[in-house]
Structures are given as structure tokens and as C-alpha cells.
Ligand binder design. Structure first.
Ligand code: ARG
Ligand code: ZN
Length: 463
């Protein structure tokens, strides 16, 4: 045997051995166990990108038991010997990858899946997970609890920065957005609300299945599931379905219902400033459970806690805030949580715009008042996890947005906003991306200005 032939034969043997040993094949490695975002250790995963979640869940408020089937379509971004999904609590009965049984085990809130064969980089694959149990909320420390919470008559699954992994297996980080079909089966008479368009509602044997479909890529924390006694209104607005729901425990003609009723009008106002409304459906859900102490911009259908309406008057400011997030946060998402001001700064600024339009405090007054109230020692950009919903993010973020407007002028400012939401629609972005874009459209350097407003340790001079 010449050296060349011997070498070729050895390669064939190595290839055969490699094929047999699978896991030792160095084309395939375990995917990362999280997205590497220091604000949410453990959340997200590496080695693949999800395109679509098809979820079928059944929830019985009598027993608090949820049974689920998730079909996840993804593409491997690296050769994978195994990969993780995020799943908090619940018991996994079966996992198939491309129709073949896969090994699976749990490590705390991680579901570790080892398919029968490695998945080459670029391969599109399907994961089916059958699971069940009594879902538990996630303790998210200083941010309160998030995730699935039973309410007696039903449940509310909601939370930022994490929530989804309490009711379905997920790549739980906003850097991996996907479309969704969600079928929720609940006892007849209860509402089962989620994101997007209501495709059908069908009853059988005392249970009703509500089928929802979100056709625009959605970050997992923007998913919601709200089950219980609700007054549901369906209609259309600007040619798209509008579904609003008010908890039966809140008055039918009270401030929550009156605030939600202005959803279409406020969305239209914002569309005039930010560009076309980015999704296929409109809506809102007012819950009565006091544990929900915030509102959240769940995609196409924000959820509002009862505290906003306690004063007995409608609160359209919070509606403007959550609707503004449909552009800033939902359609254009943060690629990592340290950039959360990109969501909250613009949503707070939208409150100022709406309030002025609605006959209240002018934007100029808002800017002056908030400027005077600001603690400049706390940064808006990369505030640290405990402060991700703090004043520095919301207030300083909005001040920075207005400082940009003053610096470039109204025309350029609104061209920047409309161009940014169009260019980055359905995607994710960083602060550097935004500054770069604003500089391109503005035709001048803006980084030093935005730095001063976002992270400078002392009050910047008024522009
Ligand atoms: N993004 C929400 C808003 O519209 C805030 C959520 C606050 N979350 C929390 N756990 N406190 O401002
Ligand atoms: Zn917000």
C-alpha cells in the first residue's frame, strides 16, 4: 500500500468510526446553555435559532394543571450534539427531534435534549415536546414575580425579562424572536386570551379551544396567556382585528374599559409619529389581580394591572406607553437587556407626546420638569439588572430622546424615528445601532450628545 492509499483508507475508517460514535464527532458540540446575557443568567440558549412555536396547551383552573405540546421549528447555527431549551418546573414526558425520540433530561430550568443524530450547522429541525404539570411563577428577585400565576378563575402568564419558560419550552431571550400559533383549551365559559389574531374558537365536550396566531416575530417575554372571566370585545380597527378584554371583576363602564376603548385612537396617533402600526392585530387586556403591579407591552395586546385605574378615571397615558412599545421594544427589540432604555426611553417619550396631544402637559414642560427631577449619577444605558425598570432608564431615556430632537430639529428627528422603526422592523438592535442610524440620517456626530444624556454623571447643558 502506498502511503497515499493507506492514508485514504484510514480516513474512510475514521469516517465510519465517527459516524458510529456520533457524540465524539467533532462536527457536533453541545449548544450553549444560555444567551450569555449577564442580566438573565441561564435564559436563552446557543446553537440554534427558532423560527416558529406551535403550542397546544390545556389548562384546568380547578386543578391548576396544564398539559402542553410544543412544536418548535428551528435552524442549527452550529453543529449540535445536543441543545437546551428553557423550561421552569413542569414535567417532560416525551421529546422528539425530527420525528425520532430524543434523550432528554432536566437541570433546574434547563431542558437538555440529545437527538439520536447530531444536527449539522444550517440544518432546519423540529422539536416536539409533550409536557404537563402545575405551572409555578418565577421568582425574579427585585423585579417581582413573573411567569404563570394561577388566579382562581384562571391564570395570567406575564413577565419581563422572563415569563415564557413557566408555560412552554422556549429559547427565552429577545435575541431569538419567532412567530407563534397558540391553541389554548379551557373550560367553556372562560376566556383564553393571547397574542395576535384570533383564528377560531371552538367548543367540544365542555371545553373551548381558542386559537391565536402571531405572524410577526415576537420576543418570548412578549408572549402572554390570560385565562378567566373576562368581557371580551372583538371588532376591527384600520382594517385589522381588535380584541380587548376587561376582567369581569372590573366595572363594565369603569376606567379600565374606558381606557382600553381608546386603543385604536392612540395607536393611530403614534403611527403618525413613528410610522405604520407594526402588527396584524390590536388590543389590550385589563386584569383585576392585584399581584400584577405593572402593565406590559405583550405583543399586539398589552396587559394592564388594576393599579392604573384605581383613581377612578381613565388612564390613557399608560395605554400610550404600552402601545408605543409595539414599535419600540416589540417590533424593534433589544438584542440584550442592558439596552432596555431603547424600549423604555421611547415609550416614556411617547407618553409625553400623547399627553400634549390630548391637551395635557406639553412636551417642553415635561422635559423641564423631568430634567429637574433626575438623579444624574445613575446611568440609563446598562443600568444593572436591579435597576432595569428604574427611573434612570425611563426618565433619562426620555430626556435623551428629547435632547436628540432638540439637537437635530423636528423634521430630522421624526425621520430618524420612522426610518429606524422601518429599517429594524421585526428585528433586534443595540444602542450603538441606534446612534449610528441617527448619525447617518442626521448627517452629524451624535454619540457625545447621547452619551452625556444617557450615562454622563452630571446634568448635561440644555441643548
Ligand atoms: N415594560 C414594562 C413597562 O411598560 C415594565 C415592566 C415592569 N416589570 C416589572 N417586573 N416590574 O414599563
Ligand atoms: Zn415600558
Amino acid at each position: 500500500m502506498t502511503r497515499g492509499r493507506w492514508y485514504a483508507a484510514a480516513q474512510v475508517v475514521a469516517l465510519l468510526l465517527g459516524g458510529c460514535t456520533g457524540g465524539d464527532d467533532d462536527r457536533f458540540r453541545p449548544g450553549a446553555v444560555d444567551a450569555g446575557d449577564p442580566y438573565v443568567p441561564g435564559a436563552g440558549n446557543g446553537g440554534y435559532d427558532v423560527e416558529h412555536y406551535r403550542l397546544k396547551v390545556r389548562y384546568d383552573p380547578g386543578s391548576d394543571r396544564l398539559t402542553g405540546e410544543a412544536t418548535i421549528t428551528a435552524t442549527a447555527t452550529a453543529g449540535l450534539s445536543r441543545f437546551n431549551l428553557d423550561l421552569a418546573g413542569l414535567t417532560v414526558d416525551r421529546v422528539d427531534v425530527d420525528g425520532a425520540p430524543a434523550k432528554h433530561r432536566r437541570d433546574d430550568a434547563e431542558l437538555i435534549v440529545t437527538p439520536a443524530h447530531g444536527l449539522p450547522a444550517g440544518r432546519r429541525f423540529t422539536v416536539d415536546v409533550a409536557y404537563a404539570g402545575v405551572p409555578q411563577p418565577l421568582p425574579i428577585g427585585e423585579l417581582g414575580s413573573g411567569g404563570f400565576q394561577a388566579t382562581g378563575d384562571g391564570a395570567i402568564a406575564l413577565g419581563q425579562p422572563e415569563s415564557a419558560s413557566t408555560w412552554f419550552p422556549v429559547d427565552d431571550h429577545p435575541s431569538d424572536k419567532a412567530t407563534y400559533d397558540v391553541e389554548v383549551t379551557v373550560p367553556d365559559g372562560l376566556a383564553a386570551l393571547s397574542n395576535g389574531v384570533l383564528r377560531s374558537r371552538a367548543g367540544r365536550d365542555g371545553w373551548t379551544t381558542w386559537s391565536w396566531s402571531e405572524g410577526s416575530p415576537m420576543a418570548s417575554y412578549l408572549t402572554t396567556l390570560v385565562i378567566g372571566n373576562y368581557r371580551v370585545s372583538t371588532g376591527t380597527h384600520a382594517g385589522k382585528p381588535m380584541v380587548t378584554a376587561v376582567a369581569a371583576g372590573l366595572p363594565a363602564d369603569g376606567p379600565a374599559a374606558a381606557s382600553l376603548a381608546r386603543t385604536g385612537e392612540i395607536a393611530d396617533f403614534l403611527a403618525g409619529r413613528f410610522g405604520p402600526y407594526p402588527f396584524d392585530a390590536y388590543g389590550g387586556i385589563a386584569v383585576a389581580d392585584d399581584r400584577i403591579r405593572y402593565a406590559l407591552e405583550t405583543q399586539s395586546r398589552p396587559v394592564y394591572g388594576p393599579g392604573f385605574f384605581r383613581a377612578g378615571r381613565p388612564d390613557t397615558r399608560v395605554v400610550a406607553h404600552e402601545l408605543a412599545h409595539q414599535w419600540f421594544g416589540d417590533s424593534v427589540s433589544v438584542a440584550r437587556w442592558s439596552d432596555i432604555w431603547l424600549n423604555e426611553g421611547f415609550a416614556t417619550y411617547a407618553e409625553w407626546l400623547w399627553t400634549e396631544h390630548d391637551g395635557g402637559r406639553t412636551v417642553g414642560r415635561a422635559f423641564a420638569t423631568e430634567y429637574a427631577a433626575t438623579d444624574w449619577t445613575r446611568p440609563s444605558l446598562d443600568p444593572g439588572r436591579p435597576a432595569m425598570f428604574g427611573d434612570a432608564v425611563y426618565r433619562r431615556g426620555a430626556l435623551a430622546v428629547h435632547a436628540l430632537r432638540r439637537a437635530v430639529g423636528d423634521d430630522t428627528f421624526f425621520r430618524i424615528l420612522r426610518g429606524w422603526t422601518a429599517e429594524r422592523r421585526d428585528g433586534a438592535a443595540t444602542t450603538a445601532d441606534f446612534v449610528g442610524y441617527a448619525e447617518r440620517v442626521g448627517g452629524r456626530p451624535l454619540r457625545a450628545l447621547l452619551d452625556a444624556w444617557l450615562v454622563g454623571g452630571t446634568a448635561p447643558a440644555l441643548p
